[in-house]
Every structure is written in structure tokens, then in C-alpha cells.
Design a protein around this ligand. Structure first.
Ligand code: DSN
Length: 423
């Protein structure tokens, strides 16, 4: 590479990634095929519109590759329609809100400190300015069970146009059938933001909301799904002519969503990323991927159990998915930010995170969030989870002891070198 400055930073990032262990639950390592497609010549092409209906010429290959991505996504998630163009998770959610609602309409999402994502109506976001967010949350902090009675009561009172299931920091399975029953009773569209767990749904190890009557699913493509950075929107409905105005019905969801993405929110789709999404969907349909998903869950369970044995207080006392939330303030008497920095220092990367009804502010929250998707891709198994938990415990116990932290950092680096990054 002629640009030595960028080349140096790429090499440094590769070194950082290979010498440490990635525990952020929303990150992963993509295959060399996914990276190849991302770096492909498709990046040169403008393709506003959809396959067969573009605003520029020269679309023979872009049409074919987008169609491939759409068909593979539909098969993987049992959807009627897939829009694979959203650049990221936030615009995907935004596109759905605008496809189905008008400014001022009400949407019901998860309480943010109980696990809901920023795009589920955090004050200050565009969607929170335009739409009226009402909340459901957990009723038992020890089990993490959602308060479905409160959800129903609020839904009956506020008549949301959309009920949104989904989270970015919640370690339990949702009861989609209960969401669906409430949605049906109040006439709401059921939307699932499955960004964190879409890969585990595709791999068949977690429930698919479409099997319980959901109408729309959004997801990023780079988390458990192990594809390029980006997102997609899956839905029920019948694909119709996107040039004619359509009523807001379930059958028309594909058209409403497509128009909301383009021209609603985005211009030219990133065709190199769409090609890489197609590759990731191919990979997720292979038998090896199911085994990977099974191991992600096993690893998370073992990691959570081991942390609890060592005295970590876990939010909901365990996990059903790929992530673990630990209340550091309760366990060690300091906040999650200190834990994040201390663990980074020894090569374990995770993120500070709020815990339900956190008494501390978001920049200095009580907890940390960690997960197993990336380390499982790297080849780590149950026995290695015990090591990871022990390193975390030792480092946090001696977070002011430079000698001990140096010793642990060496151990982690040596261990990580035995598990090379996928090439
Ligand atoms: N940043 C993602 C996560 O870590 O959950 C969601 O946007």
C-alpha cells in the first residue's frame, strides 16, 4: 500500500485483534471470502433502485448479486421479503418506523436500561423526536422476565402502531408468542430487532419471531451473523410494484419498506457490501455454522456460570443467549468503566454497560457486557471460558496492581497467539 500511514494503522489493528480476545458481544471476525467480497470491484457501481428497477445502466451483475442476497436471506429467516440495502442497524429501524407510522404515532419498545437499543427511542434520536415511545420492561431483576401484564396494559391504553421486540443488552429469550398475542389484541404490527441474535436464529439455536406471527424483523449483518457491517429488513407480505402508492397493510409491507429505504432514507446501495452479505448468508446456511452457533451458546453459559462461581453478580443470574451482563459495582465496588479499562489493559476487550435501573450515569455505568460470538469463531471452547473468567476475576481483584496486570497481559497474549484470526 502506498499510503504508509493507513497501512501502519491496519497492521496495528490486526496486531491488536490477534493479540487480545474480543469479548464485545456485538463483534465478530468475518471470513476471508466475506472480506474479499467487501473489497471487490462492486464498490465502483451506483445502483439506486432495486433489482430490475434501477436508475442507472450497467446493472447486470449488481442485479444478480442483490437478488442472490435477497433470496438467501429469505430462505435463512423464512421471510417473504428481504431488503438488503440498509447501511446499518439504525437506518434499518428508522426505515421501518417511517414505512408504517406517521410522525406523532406511538411505538412500544423495551425500557432502555433493561436492554433496549438507542434506536428504540433514546431521547435525542431522530425517532424519539418524531414518534411517541412507550415502554415495557422486566418485572424481576433476578430472572429478567418481561412484565407482559404491564406490556398489555400499556398497549391497551396507548394503542401503539408497532410493538418492538429486541435489545442490545438482554441475556434472555423473549416470549414472542406473548408479544404476538398483545399485538393482535391492540392491532399493532410486530417488529423484532434481532441484531444481536440473528445469527443464532439463522443457525436454528434460538427462536425465530416469524414462527410466532411477527411481521417484520430487522438485523445488522455483522454480529452473530458474521457478515459485513450493514443491516437488512425482513418482512411478511407480497412484493408488488414499488412505483404505485400503496395502503399500509401487511401484504404491502415489502413495498412500504423498500420505498422507505430508497428513496426514503438512502441513495445508492453499497453493492460490495451487498455482495459480502450474500456470501455471509451462504456461510450461515452451511452445517458448520449451526455447530458454531451451538458452541456460542455453550461457551456463554459456561462463561456465565464460571463468573458467578467466582463471585460476579450477573444480571438475571445467567444467560440464554450469547451475552453476559455483569454488575461490577455490586461485585467489586467500582464501576463498569474501570472494569473495561482494566480488562483492556490485559487484552480482554468488552464494554461498560448500564444494568437495569442503573443508579450510575451511562458514561460510568455499573456493569459490563461481554459475549462469546468472536471468541467462538476464533476456536475457543468450554475449557477456555474458565480461563477467561479467571483472568477477569484476577484482573479486577488487582486492578491497581501493575505487576499482576502485566503478568496477566502476558498470559492472555500467549494464549491468544494459539488461536489465529480467520485469514
Ligand atoms: N453497537 C451495537 C451493540 O454493541 O449492541 C448496537 O448498535
Amino acid at each position: 500500500m502506498q499510503d504508509k500511514a493507513v497501512a501502519k494503522l491496519i497492521a496495528a489493528e490486526e496486531k491488536r485483534q490477534s493479540e487480545g480476545l474480543e469479548l464485545i458481544p456485538s463483534e465478530n471476525y468475518v471470513s476471508s471470502e466475506v472480506r474479499q467480497a467487501m473489497g471487490s470491484i462492486f464498490t465502483n457501481k451506483y445502483s439506486e433502485g432495486f433489482p430490475g428497477k434501477r436508475y442507472y445502466g450497467g446493472q447486470v451483475n449488481t442485479d444478480a448479486v442483490e437478488k442472490l442476497a435477497i433470496d438467501r436471506a429469505k430462505t435463512l429467516f423464512k421471510a417473504d421479503h428481504a431488503n438488503v440495502q440498509p447501511h446499518s442497524g439504525a437506518p434499518a429501524n428508522e426505515a421501518v418506523y417511517h414505512a408504517w407510522m406517521e410522525p406523532g404515532d406511538t411505538i412500544m419498545g423495551m425500557e432502555l436500561s433493561h436492554g433496549g437499543h438507542l434506536t428504540h427511542g433514546r431521547p435525542g434520536t431522530i425517532s424519539a423526536k418524531l414518534f411517541n415511545f412507550v415502554r415495557y420492561g422486566i418485572d424481576d431483576i433476578e430472572t429478567g422476565k418481561i412484565d407482559y401484564a404491564q406490556m398489555r396494559e400499556t398497549a391497551l391504553k396507548t394503542k401503539p402502531k408497532i410493538i418492538l421486540a429486541g435489545f442490545s443488552s438482554y441475556p434472555r429469550e423473549l416470549d414472542y408468542a406473548k408479544f404476538a398475542a398483545i399485538g393482535e389484541e391492540v392491532g399493532a404490527v410486530l417488529m423484532a430487532d434481532m441484531s444481536h441474535i440473528a445469527g443464532l436464529i439463522a443457525g436454528g439455536v434460538l427462536n425465530n419471531p416469524f414462527d410466532f406471527g411477527f411481521h417484520i424483523m430487522t438485523t445488522t449483518t455483522h454480529k452473530t451473523l458474521r457478515g459485513p457491517r450493514g443491516a437488512m429488513i425482513l418482512s411478511r407480505g407480497i412484493v408488488s410494484n414499488p412505483l404505485k402508492p400503496v395502503d399500509k397493510t401487511i401484504d404491502n409491507l415489502p413495498t412500504l419498506i423498500d420505498r422507505s429505504v430508497f428513496p426514503g432514507l438512502q441513495g445508492g446501495p453499497h453493492m460490495h457490501i451487498i455482495a459480502a452479505k450474500a456470501v455471509a448468508f451462504y456461510e450461515a446456511a452451511q452445517p458448520a455454522y449451526k455447530l458454531y452457533c451451538e458452541q456460542v451458546l455453550i461457551n456463554a453459559k459456561v462463561l456465565g456460570d464460571e463468573l458467578m462461581k467466582l463471585g460476579f453478580k450477573l444480571v438475571t443470574n445467567g444467560t440464554d443467549n450469547h451475552m453476559v451482563l455483569a454488575d461490577i459495582q455490586t461485585s467489586f465496588g467500582f464501576d463498569g468503566g474501570v472494569a473495561e479499562k482494566t480488562l483492556d489493559r490485559i487484552g480482554l476487550t468488552l464494554n461498560k454497560n448500564v444494568v437495569p435501573d442503573d443508579p450510575l450515569p451511562p458514561f460510568r455505568p455499573s456493569g459490563v457486557r461481554l459475549g462469546t460470538p468472536a471468541i467462538t469463531t476464533r476456536g475457543l471452547k468450554e475449557e477456555h471460558m474458565i480461563k477467561v473468567a479467571q483472568w477477569m476475576h484476577k484482573a479486577l481483584k488487582s486492578h491497581n496492581d501493575e505487576t499482576e496486570l502485566n503478568k496477566l497481559a502476558k498470559e492472555v497474549k500467549q494464549f491468544a497467539s494459539e488461536f489465529p484470526l480467520p485469514d
